[in-house]
Design a protein around this ligand. Structure first.
Ligand code: ADE
Length: 225
């Protein structure tokens, strides 16, 4: 998979890709991530990429021309399966969206800033808009990093034990059951006996029950679907 991220703040985005699972995925050649500084495509020598909104109102809007130049350059080199735009006024990211994106070859992620992008960018280029939650971030960069993490860890070979990504919370609309490790007793607190029993069918049953209970208590909305 190849991911091209268009941003006005490349520095804000790089660090998550230099650690842990994302770094390993890149080093193993399972994913390539490229950052494109929108200012390189500015409309003048002063680096202009945004302007006031028509109709008045506070906040700057990213202009279509620099974004068009950047996307067109990328599209002249390869075909993209999806052009994502990170914005709070969009459907919220979930596991189904992450699963779907993990099957794509080439993706562009456009991150907004200030008041966002000229609507014509969304109309002309964007194929999928994603929010990471009902709150407003200062820009789409951190949201793009969240999407990349959720997607890249699903690519076969990225996580050592592949079953582990498949048993994550949300893969089956249920939250994960509780997990325990050594010691079996800590400060009088005991690990549930069933987990020490070696009876794996019973352990699976216990986990399914706990996952259901936990989901019912914390996120009953997930059980409605
Ligand atoms: N940009 C600003 N806030 C955002 C959010 N909640 N999700 C995605 N992109 C954003």
């Amino acid at each position: 998979m190849r991911i091209d991220i268009i941003t006005v703040s490349p520095g804000l985005l790089q660090s998550p890709f230099e650690h842990s699972i994302l770094k390993r995925a890149i080093n193993k050649g399972l994913v390539e991530v490229h950052f494109h500084d929108l200012r390189k495509y500015a409309i003048n020598k002063y680096g202009k990429i945004d302007d006031y909104q028509f109709g008045g109102g506070a906040g700057m809007v990213l202009m279509i021309e620099p974004i068009d130049k950047c996307i067109s350059e990328l599209q002249s080199e390869r075909t993209y399966d999806e052009i994502l735009y990170m914005t709070p006024d969009a459907p919220v990211l979930n596991q189904a969206i992450a699963n779907n994106l993990s099957l794509k070859q080439n993706i562009i992620i456009l991150t907004g800033h200030y008041k966002g992008v000229d609507q014509r960018v969304r109309d002309k280029f964007v194929t999928k808009e994603i929010s990471i939650g009902d709150y407003v971030l200062s820009g789409g960069e951190l949201a793009a990093a969240v999407v990349c993490d959720a997607v890249i860890r699903l690519i076969p070979g990225v996580i050592g034990d592949e079953t582990s990504a498949l048993t994550d919370s949300f893969q089956d609309n249920l939250l994960s059951p509780p997990v325990y490790t050594r010691p079996a007793v800590y400060d009088g607190m005991e690990v549930p006996k069933i987990l020490l029993s070696g009876n794996f069918p019973k352990i699976d049953e216990w986990r399914a029950e706990k996952a259901y209970e936990h989901t019912k208590n914390i996120r009953p909305d997930l059980l409605e679907d």
